[in-house]
Design a protein around this ligand. Structure first.
Ligand code: FE
Length: 188
């Protein structure tokens, strides 16, 4: 990201998110040689079963629109087809829906190992910087439970769980953020 192309978005919470121009996200390709395994993280207390869907946005949902996309790969850089991904997150105000299915979904990677979720940027909540919760499971493999973080979020440095290896690559296209993250699984 170059400073000249960065754009800063200030949310009501005071969160400042710096986004690179869209090209940086779209041009990103997996780096396969020696690609490290995606580290696990806590799952928290808010996980529950979710509907199969690629889009959790509904008309009156507040928040900055976000497309999260990428690949599921093995450590030898082979795309994993039909890997299951479960996503759950807080809304823009930092609240989870623990009784319904708002901002909860699961999906499966396509034949090229790709996934894509239409959602919003999650808000921070006490003690936690904005993050997406994810479970990733290749067929007949153990589940990886982890979280994704956003570059430039001002609370990152104060969150004890923050891990920069789990930062998405962030771009912006037509007032929506596009985040890229490739999950890398150790296949046994
Ligand atoms: Fe959380």
């Amino acid at each position: 990201m170059t400073a000249a192309r960065a754009r800063f978005v200030v949310f009501g919470s005071g969160l400042v998110l710096a986004a690179a121009a869209a090209a940086s996200a779209q041009a990103s390709a997996p780096v396969c040689d020696g690609f490290p395994q995606t580290p696990g993280q806590i799952g928290g207390v808010h996980f529950r079963a979710s509907p199969l869907r690629h889009d959790v946005v509904f008309p009156k949902l507040a928040g900055t629109r976000l497309t999260l996309e990428g690949l599921v790969l093995t450590t030898s850089c082979t795309p994993v087809r039909h890997a299951r991904l479960d996503f759950w997150q807080a809304d823009a105000h930092g609240h989870y829906d623990d009784t319904g299915f708002r901002l909860r979904s699961h999906q499966f990677t396509d034949a090229q190992g790709r996934y894509r979720l239409e959602t919003i940027v999650p808000g921070p909540y006490p003690g936690r910087t904005p993050h997406m919760h994810v479970k990733v499971r290749a067929p007949a493999q153990p589940t990886l439970t982890t979280e994704l973080y956003f570059p430039g979020a001002s609370y990152n440095s104060r969150d004890p769980y923050f891990d920069r290896r789990l930062l998405v690559r962030l771009g912006e296209v037509k007032k929506r953020f596009v985040a890229r993250f490739d999950f890398v699984l150790q296949i046994r």
